[in-house]
Ligand binder design. Sequence first.
Ligand code: GDP
Ligand code: MG
Length: 218
Amino acid sequence: MSAGPYNYSYIFKYIIIGDMGVGKSCLLHQFTEKKFMADCPHTIGVEFGTRIIEVAGRKISHKLVEPQQVRRFRACDSSFPTTEVASLSALLVYDITRRSTYNHLSSWLSDARNLTNPNTVIFLIGNKSDLEAQRDVTYEEAKQFAEENELLFIEASAKTGDNVEDAFLETAKKIYQNIQDGSLDLNAAESGVQHKPLQPGRSQPPNQPNPTKEGCAC
Ligand code: GDP
Ligand code: MG
């Protein structure tokens, strides 16, 4: 296989959701750029990021999407077909120093469940773990919430980078495992996983979702 942008086996797609200010954009930047953007501007419309990492010896492109508003995003971006939005793996983020962001998780979770298929991996991330002195949500209660709702769970810090890589790697491993054991059907348009992209110049095969429109300003 040639080197360059097409040198990977799958594209895994993630949607990052949670209350405003919990650190979604910072997590996205920490994962894709390996640095903390302290003065991240407010997300307007949609934010995208991509990084290729290896899982089980295969190069996988991770495509992250942070919509400002899930429902509005879904309604307004016609270049992002409903089937594709409906298929994304979800990273559900709260801020361990703000209990209100934790209290809103049930509502975010039902959004995530509505937007994804039943085999979708949903990862709960308690962000800002570097602010231990200001902690407002215990690890134990969040862990219990995760268990009750069958979510993967980790506390992380977009600021120090602590556990950020692990959160994505664990999600990717779980998705890969679902592919291996057949519980995720790659041929289903709503699987959230895409095989390697077409070589430049080739037209889109049937049943493939359209590529996303970068920088939708809806
Ligand atoms: P979003 O609205 O969820 O996308 O949140 P942002 O990523 O824009 O972050 C909101 C604020 O939290 C910003 O001021 C960030 O600098 C800060 N922030 C984000 N992640 C962390 C973290 O892990 N630790 C600390 N101390 N601050 C963070
Ligand atoms: Mg943001």
